[in-house]
Write a new protein. Structure first.
Ligand SMILES: Cc1ncc(COP(=O)(O)O)c(C=O)c1O
Lengths: 379, 162
């Protein structure tokens, strides 16, 4: 069977190759994992089990259970000062991934230009291409701590784009942006009338300042779709639960696709998500503290071994410069010789060139052992 | 988080972490960490460091019991007086004043059931203010000081993921 051209044109993920290499080896310590090493808080898992025991195995409303939507809206209002009507401005999705896909398909016309801030999470570019849009990469720089500025936007020609997509705290760099720093991005979006897709899945993991959503800045709520979810904050990746927040027109359009193609986000996960919001803040804070300690450990050890790395301040990634010219070769050699897996930065776009993504979603003992191995490899 | 709380956070998880490692994890330096630990010890915030042991794997397994104690107080004797008296026995591993149907909850440990029983009947029950004791022998342990005693779960995440 011949795949559609649109699909054929998108290469398989660069991460896949490292997964295959690592899978063939024994005694691998992976710093290549993009998800928490914790299990979801027990209260959330317990709520999922209870829902199954009670036979709650049917579809929910397309937009998600109303109690869950109400709880999400309340949380957004409390935590990020974002007011959204749970009836018309909120959609519960199968992971933030589905929300991101829906937004591209619902908001991008064939030929529209989507400016993608890079290095970026791997799904944005394929998502734009599957939707028939054109990708305009907007590189950020290490010297600017991988933050987005109006200068980088202008330099890339993003003023002519229709949509701008970015993610802070960032995967793969671990960069974050403060409310002040987001102001110029917001001004640029307003000036050039851009629709903004803001992936805030790592919002709970910002270590040096409170997370600010760009939707809270003047004139931004009406042009922004915010994505968030339970995968990272609550260590619930496998349950597939996320949500999108946007003005009613956008949510209605996204729900048009969702209601036909997904029907509803996983019911069991919705029960777990409601419990997570109501009783798991303590567990989230504990996981966050753990990540923060590991971040400090990783950054100190890199400094001690002379590996250049800007001060990552969010998510669970560090993004050191690669001491070799070819980061792909380095990552392969490191894996083969030491059994430590990291991901070359180019898996996240050309702007990732010369860097390595190092995930610290790994227990402190394994992390220490992996860092020891990296140190010996570099020596 | 204050650096004192940060150091305590690491110690509560792994009391054997080196000052260098604690410094790295808390974005500090080893000298500062050592000073903080000295201070915590001197002030009696940190009272000791103990290993968490899976007793099933020990050759000789001491017997443990949780004992409920009921007391009556009088003008001269308060909870603290009674507690101090009981806590001095080396068999007593922990002692808490609790709310609810009884007053103290005490954890005791000795070499055999007989010795635990003898300790309760000879040393604890005769204390004049103690009106009742209820002894629960520990039969199995699933979690000690926050650490689960099971085999733990495998990390079944994909080794490399986006
Ligand atoms: C930046 C970013 N966005 C979205 C996702 C997908 O999240 P979800 O599990 O909610 O689909 C990930 C997962 O790695 C991510 O890193």
């Amino acid at each position: 069977m011949k795949p559609a051209d649109r699909v054929d044109a998108v290469p398989p993920s660069g991460i896949r190759r490292f997964f295959e290499l690592a899978a063939e080896m024994d005694d691998v310590i992976s710093l290549g994992v993009g998800e928490p090493d914790f299990a979801a808080p027990w209260a959330a898992r317990d709520a999922a089990i209870t829902s199954l025991e009670r036979g709650r195995t049917s579809y929910t409303m397309n937009r998600g259970r109303s109690d869950l939507r109400a709880a999400i809206a309340e949380r957004m209002a409390d935590r990020y000062d974002l007011e959204y009507d749970p009836e018309t401005e909120l959609l519960v999705t199968a992971g933030a991934s589905e929300g991101i896909d829906l937004a591209f398909r619902a908001l991008v016309d064939p030929g529209d230009t989507v400016a993608v801030v890079q290095p970026s999470y791997v799904s944005y570019v394929p998502g734009v291409l599957f939707a028939g849009g054109e990708v305009l990469p907007v590189p950020t720089r290490e010297e600017e701590a991988f933050k987005l500025t109006s200068e980088r936007l202008a330099e890339a020609g993003a003023g002519d784009a229709d949509v701008l997509v970015f993610c802070y705290p960032n995967n793969p760099t671990g960069a974050t942006m403060t409310g002040d720093e987001l102001q110029e991005v917001a001004a640029f979006a307003r000036e050039h009338d851009l629709t903004v897709l803001s992936d805030e899945i790592y919002a709970a993991l910002s270590y040096e300042h409170e997370h600010t959503s760009i939707a809270t800045l003047p004139g931004m709520r009406e042009r922004t779709v915010v994505f968030n979810g339970f995968s990272k904050a609550y260590a619930m990746t496998g349950l597939r639960l996320g949500y999108a927040l946007a003005p009613p027109e956008a949510i209605t359009a996204m729900n048009r696709i969702h209601q036909y193609m997904m029907l509803s986000a996983p019911t069991t996960a919705q029960h777990a998500g409601l419990e997570a919001l109501s009783s798991c803040d303590g567990a989230v804070a504990e996981m966050r503290d753990q990540y923060d300690r590991r971040r400090n450990l990783v950054l100190s050890r890199f400094e001690e071994m002379g590996l250049d790395c800007f001060r990552a301040s969010g998510a669970f990634y560090a993004f050191p410069s690669c001491p070799w010219d070819d980061a792909g070769e380095f990552a392969e050699a490191l894996l083969e010789e030491t059994g430590v897996a990291v991901v070359p930065g180019t898996a996240f776009g050309d702007a990732g060139e010369g860097h390595l993504r190092v995930s610290y979603a790994t227990g402190i003992d394994d992390l220490t052992e992996a860092l020891d191995r990296v140190e010996r490899f570099l020596a | 988080m204050s650096s004192r709380d940060a150091v305590l956070g690491v110690l509560r998880e792994n009391a054997r972490a080196s000052s260098e490692d604690i410094a790295r994890q808390t974005d500090s330096d080893p000298e500062t960490v050592e000073a903080i630990i000295d201070e915590l010890e001197a002030a009696g915030v940190v009272r000791g460091y103990q290993a968490v042991i899976d007793r099933d794997q020990l050759e000789s397994q001491p017997v443990r019991a949780t004992v409920e104690l009921n007391v009556t107080l009088d003008r001269e004797t308060g909870y603290d007086d009674i507690a101090e008296r009981i806590a001095r026995f080396p068999q007593v591993k922990s002692l808490y004043l609790v709310s609810g149907d009884f007053d103290f909850m005490m954890e005791v440990e000795d070499e055999s059931m007989q010795e635990v029983s003898a300790f309760i009947s000879d040393k604890v029950a005769p204390v004049p203010e103690i009106t009742q004791t209820v002894t629960h022998y520990v039969m199995d342990s699933y979690k000690e000081q926050g650490i689960e005693m099971g085999d733990g779960d495998e990390d079944d995440r994909l080794s490399v993921s986006p």
